[in-house]
Design a protein around this ligand. Sequence first.
Ligand code: FES
Length: 256
Amino acid sequence: MTKENLIEQEKAAGGFEPLIVAYCCNWCSYAGADLAGTSRFEYPVNIRIVRIMCTGRVDPILVFEALRMGADGVLIAGCHPGDCHYQKGNFMMEKRFDYIKEAVKSVGIEPERVRLEWVSASEGGKWAALVREMTEEIRRLGPNPLRFARDAKKTEAALDAFKSQRLRWVVGRSQIKVEIEEEKYRQTVDSIMHVEIERHMITRALKDKGPLTAEELAQLTGLQPNRTVQHLIALRRDGLVTEAGEKSDQYLYQLV
Ligand code: FES
């Protein structure tokens, strides 16, 4: 189904209503949302709140799971910088969030669909305004593009990538002081993240379709043919992929 078809279908069903998943820290934003309710501030009902103890506990996997399961947007809300009950949780989240946004963009989702905001327990009005604003923004963007086959595959690959030890290690490492300059470290993580996502797109395709040539893999994943070959060489070197005969004078590859 194309995006246009889906929008038409949503219109016929009474208009597109975004679904937003909000991970709210127990101590500030959850209480802020509660205050908005008890103060009778009006805000859209498009939000589903998940209470967490601290934004520092939001794993990138949770963001991708929510998007994969059909959320049109994801909000992470916590205590203002300096007010975290675990001291550094929100600072850790702030760093991790840069990578989350970058990964979201790389799988074809508009980065505006994910937000990190600070809302204290006394800011019921701010919470209501934030939900109103985010709902409008997502309504403008339309339905989550992951409802289209190829993009969904990319997100699954991103999920796999964020579960991989290599990416978890470098993203986790960014939370603590590193010996190399911050910008260089960021570039390194970005490049590892893109490589991991692309390699997982290839392994997912091989898992779903069985042995494929590099050309078929490039077509299925949307990756450049030379980039696909580079990944296949690396995956073969790491013992994850092996040759499985030939087809039309090209090597076939399969998972080990
Ligand atoms: S306790 Fe609220 S962000 Fe850490």
